[in-house]
Design a protein around this ligand. Sequence first.
Ligand SMILES: NC(=O)c1ccc[n+]([C@@H]2O[C@H](COP(=O)([O-])OP(=O)(O)OC[C@H]3O[C@@H](n4cnc5c(N)ncnc54)[C@H](OP(=O)(O)O)[C@@H]3O)[C@@H](O)[C@H]2O)c1
Length: 272
Amino acid sequence: MKTILITGASSGIGRATALHFQAAGWNVAATMRKPADGKDLAGLERVAVLPLDVTDRASIEAAIQATLDRFGGIDVLLNNAGYGLAGPMEAVEPAQLERQFATNVFGPVYTMQACLPHFRARSSGLIINVTSIGGRLALPFNSLYHGTKFGLEGISESLALELQPLGIQVKLVEPGGVRTDFAGRSLDFMQKPGLSAYDASLQGAMSVFRDPARGQNYSDPAQIATVIYAAATDGKPQFRYLAGDDAKEMAGSRAQLSDEAYRDWAIQEYKL
Ligand SMILES: NC(=O)c1ccc[n+]([C@@H]2O[C@H](COP(=O)([O-])OP(=O)(O)OC[C@H]3O[C@@H](n4cnc5c(N)ncnc54)[C@H](OP(=O)(O)O)[C@@H]3O)[C@@H](O)[C@H]2O)c1
């Protein structure tokens, strides 16, 4: 029986993925900051709800050890935990910048680092990192979030090369918009009193992001879980998995444009 360890399994994509793999007969280490959020998951067979905060290395080590003790191994590591930071970059507070990279970049790195001795010992293992369509193309007023997702894509692309000779695979799942807590409780905002230079363009961009019509193309977290399951089980060497119709559409359109043509299009599109 195979085992997956998931970070950020308390809600959204992580929770939906825990349910999908459990239903498919896998052992699931559903890790989260507050295990009380996973009470219902803990009642399912073959699911261990474990504390793991990706900014706390001791909790990463402890959760991996607890998974090995309970299930005897880990086949797939899913780095899913993450959140968004939006607004003008000029307004960022150092603590906001540090928490964004600590969670979305350093967290996955430390989690991969802690799993690798186990994967090396068995000459197998699969790492799936959840990035975003925002790891391939940039939208306005999301600069630092994009920085984390572009960063994790680069880390993953290089790591895939150094791990392949050891029998370990790395894959990326890149969702488009997903109906989760991401744009609500998981979104931090950069703003600075007296900084009004961005007001007009920020309002323009926010009117586009908040347009209800935009959300019609979004995926449900269960659809993203299906893509993650395919990435874990299809046996293919494929590296990137776009997840959601909107992500596929955006990536397709972006690929046809030069950097400059994309910039000109985005300035119009986001009313900047
Ligand atoms: N929703 C979208 O539109 C979208 C699009 C592209 C990519 N993504 C990516 O998908 C991933 C999951 O997001 P989601 O959409 O499912 O949003 P979500 O429902 O808000 O879930 C985010 C998860 O990350 C966890 N988390 C945050 N900081 C953490 C930390 N320090 N340690 C451990 N867990 C932490 C949260 O835990 P708590 O419950 O403790 O806060 C929660 O379980 C993220 O990496 C996000 O960047 C989302």
